[in-house]
Ligand binder design. Structure first.
Ligand SMILES: N[C@@H](CCC(=O)N[C@@H](CS)C(=O)NCC(=O)O)C(=O)O
Length: 201
């Protein structure tokens, strides 16, 4: 498998999932401005959506959308418990978190990385982030991870987007549960390895 990624972007969550899975994989960076991959290929021809993450499977199929990619990875290695089995409420709870993180957290960071975004749209996004992160902090409270005591791909995604707070002047310090969570997840060897491979640490 090959993951197309940009250092520190939302593709880091899929990268963490791959590291935690123990599966064999490679990575190739994408310049999102030129849409060229590190080997000089036209990324738009690989993924017509033009964004990361994209996972090229061993059978030549391309899978896009982080939550789908991460669930695919988790389902290759059920013994690693990266996602609850797809046979009951626990999996829907995970999907609920993945959707929430994607649409309510990740996408409210987007205006801050868009030079064309107005200050009004940034202010609205910041207000949303404050509300959503307060909710996440309350949900995590004294739990180890989003789903309880076990790390899951939901944590790979939440950890990735929390890492963007430092770029937008959003102080996570007002939610001690989130700071402790960030440290806990960041200390995992798989998370550390993915971040190192992307040159983030
Ligand atoms: N819906 C997509 C969103 C992916 C996304 O937002 N990717 C960003 C990086 S975090 C990107 O590649 N942006 C560049 C672009 O859209 O051209 C997913 O969940 O995978």
């Amino acid at each position: 498998m090959k993951l197309f990624y940009k250092a520190g972007a939302c593709s880091l969550a899929s990268h963490i999932a791959l590291e935690e899975s123990g599966l064999a994989y490679e990575i190739e960076a994408v310049d999102l401005k030129t849409k060229l991959t590190a080997s000089g290929a036209d990324f738009n021809k690989i993924n017509a959506k033009g964004y990361v993450p994209a996972l090229l499977l061993d059978n030549g199929e391309l899978l896009t959308e982080g939550p789908a990619i991460m669930q695919y990875i988790a389902d290759q290695v059920p013994a690693k418990h990266l996602a609850p089995l797809n046979d009951g409420m626990a999996r829907y709870r995970l999907q609920s978190w993945l959707t929430f993180i994607g649409t309510e957290v990740h996408k409210n960071f987007s205006p801050f990385f868009n030079p064309a975004a107005s200050s009004d749209s940034k202010a609205a996004a910041m207000a949303n982030l404050e509300r959503r992160l307060a909710y996440v902090a309350q949900q995590i409270d004294d739990k180890q991870f989003l789903l309880g005591n076990e790390f899951s791909i939901g944590d790979a995604y939440l950890f990735t987007v929390l890492g963007w707070a430092k770029y937008i002047d959003l102080d996570l310090g007002k939610w001690p549960a989130l700071v402790a969570y960030q440290e806990r997840v960041g200390a995992r060897p798989g998370v550390h390895a993915a971040m190192k491979a992307e040159g983030l640490i």
